[in-house]
Structures are given as C-alpha cells and as structure tokens.
Write a protein that binds this ligand. Structure first.
Ligand code: PEP
Length: 246
C-alpha cells in the first residue's frame, strides 16, 4: 500500500511573521496520528525557523531546490548536507519554475535527484507538459522523456527512492486544474513507465489543487497525494487538502 502524501510548496512567499503564523496554524490543526503524510517545502531562509516549529509535529520539512554538488565554490547554491543538517527530509527537484526560469535541463535535474537520495533526502521529481505540448499531443512524450533522464542515471531502483509529482505546467498557479481523469491518465502512464518498481512509487498530482478539488483527485487509483502551491499558504486550505487525503 502506498501512503498518501500532501506536500506544500510555499515558493518565494512570506516573511518571518506570516510564516510563523502559517506554521502555528498548521501545527495546531494537524495534531495526532494520521494515515497520510504531510510536509512543507519552505524558502531557504525560513528552514531553521520551520525546523524548530515543526519539531515534535507530524509535519515533515523540505526545501524547494538543491545543488547537484557536495560543497565548494558554488555561490548561491545550497547542498544536500546543509538541508539535512537543518532537519529537511524532502526536496523538490525539477519544478517547472526552475526548469523555465533557471534553464534547468532534465540531465541536471537527474543529477540533483541522485545527489539527494544518495545523501539522505527524499527527492520529489516534478514532471509535466506545457499547454503547447499538450495541444500538440506530446504529453506522454514530454513526461516520459523527463522520467527517462532520471532512470538513465539512477535506474528504476534509484527512482523508487523518491517521489514523482505530475504537474502540468498549464495548471500551476493558473486556477485551471487538470480534471481527475486527465490526471489519472498521465499517472497511469507514469506508473507504466516505472515498470516493476512502479507499484511502490508515490505519484502526486500538482496544479491548482484546492480544498474543493482534492477529494475527487485523490479518489483516482494512481494519484497518491498532491503537491500544493497557492493553497498551501493558507493553513485552513492546506489542512483541508491534507484531510481529503486521509
Ligand atoms: C506548485 O507550485 O507546485 C503548484 C502546484 O502550484 P499551485 O498549486 O499554485 O498551482
């Protein structure tokens, strides 16, 4: 059985005061034992604060990106060991905003993925097509190509050490979520690509997930949770999505 997981991606939002309030809201609401796992990926400067606030809670901590290198002269980068040093358990790799605004290639994303799982983090590999690619009927090719870069470097057993998040680029931050069936179709394709290891790998859906859309998405056989951007910035909405995964 795959355990459902809901991960919040705060992106580049918040300040000390608002992030503290958000963390308090989450820890106050998400108490006790739960069937599903919950985590938040916070901006680097707030990782220490979040680690402190989430200590003794059922909410895991993650970051939004990581270096493919161990340490050294890489100005502005943050290493896996720095993240684990501060209690991170998860890290997003290959988010479409990194692929687009920082020109991250699938080869680079694969190296980050490998570095993360080999050194104690659970990488969350983000894949997904643009609107143009979907309209040109290239969704499976694009998503398959992004996955294969990781499989080529890490093997299927390496990919199984992480989580996959299917995030159609046209659905991120736009309020236009994929329908449950559209998402299920791609998730089932991803599971097929993952071969024998596919049964144990969690595949999350991301793209404008809201409290009122989460339940129907989570009912789909191959959707094992969500990666949530905008709605993770409001404790009440994020917790409602987490409850839908129970
Ligand atoms: C994301 O950033 O991964 C995301 C899915 O954002 P949103 O939920 O705002 O579409």
């Amino acid at each position: 059985m795959r355990r459902q997981i809901v991960i919040g991606n705060w992106k580049m939002n918040g300040d000390s005061r608002s992030n503290r309030e958000l963390l308090d809201g989450l820890t106050n609401a998400w108490t006790g034992v739960h069937q599903s796992e919950v985590a938040v990926c916070v901006p680097y400067p707030y990782i220490a604060m979040a680690a402190d606030a989430l200590d003794n809670s059922n909410i895991g901590l993650g970051a939004q990106d990581v270096s493919q290198n161990d340490n050294g002269a890489y100005t502005g980068d943050v290493s896996v060991s720095m993240l684990t040093d501060f209690g991170c358990r998860y890290v997003l790799v290959g988010h479409s905003e990194r692929r687009e605004y920082h020109r991250e290639s699938s080869e680079l994303v694969a190296r980050k993925f490998k570095k993360a799982y080999e050194n104690g983090l659970i990488p969350v590999l983000c894949v997904g097509e643009t609107l143009e690619e979907r309209e040109a009927d290239k969704t499976f090719d694009v998503v398959g190509g992004q996955l294969h870069k990781v499989v080529n470097l890490c093997g299927l057993d390496g990919l199984a050490k992480g989580i996959v998040a299917y995030e159609p680029v046209w659905a991120i931050g736009t309020g236009k979520s994929a329908t449950p069936q559209m998402a299920q179709d791609v998730h089932s394709y991803i599971r097929e690509v993952l071969g024998p290891e596919g049964d144990q790998i969690r595949i999350l859906y991301g793209g404008s997930v809201k409290p009122d859309t989460a339940e129907d998405l989570f009912k789909q056989k191959d959707i094992d949770g969500a990666l949530v951007g905008g709605a993770s910035l409001k404790a009440e909405d994020f917790v409602a999505i987490c409850r839908a995964a129970e």
